[in-house]
Design a protein around this ligand. Structure first.
Ligand SMILES: [Zn+2]
Length: 133
């Protein structure tokens, strides 16, 4: 049996203080991650201060490419199964996300994925998810 991912739209994200630039960019189809101005390391989720050296941080556009680090398909008793995964971006940071637009049973750790923005309810900005390349 093939399990296709279905539901749209997704719930609108909660816009936390300081994350507005991320969601504004998302509306333009850009995926931003934060880099430290002092040590140049990227991190996820976006923070005001670098988690490594407490330096100031700045937004930069990311490639949107990465690979599945670990995954879990939520299917028991769920009419719309979905996949929660940790994706390691090419930039080196790992983020929790969903893998969409694919046969969930075909997903494997180490699979290459790329970013897709998915619309959310109401006026919500699109949310970043990933799909196999
Ligand atoms: Zn730093």
């Amino acid at each position: 049996m093939t399990m296709m991912y279905q539901p749209n739209p997704y719930p609108a994200p909660v816009i936390e203080q300081g994350s507005q630039p991320f969601w504004e960019a998302a509306k333009e189809g850009k995926f931003l991650i934060k880099y430290c101005k002092s040590c140049n390391q990227p991190h996820w989720y976006p923070r005001t201060l670098c988690p490594f050296c407490f330096g100031e941080t700045d937004w930069k556009e990311a490639s949107g490419k990465g690979e599945i680090y670990t995954l879990s398909v939520m299917q028991r008793g769920n009419p719309n199964p979905y996949c929660i995964a940790y994706v390691k971006l090419d930039e080196g940071v790992t983020m929790m996300t969903q893998i969409v637009d694919c046969d969930l049973e075909s997903l494997k750790i180490g699979m290459k994925v790329k970013l897709v923005f998915k619309p959310t309810e109401g006026d919500g900005p699109p949310v970043p998810m990933f799909t196999p390349i």
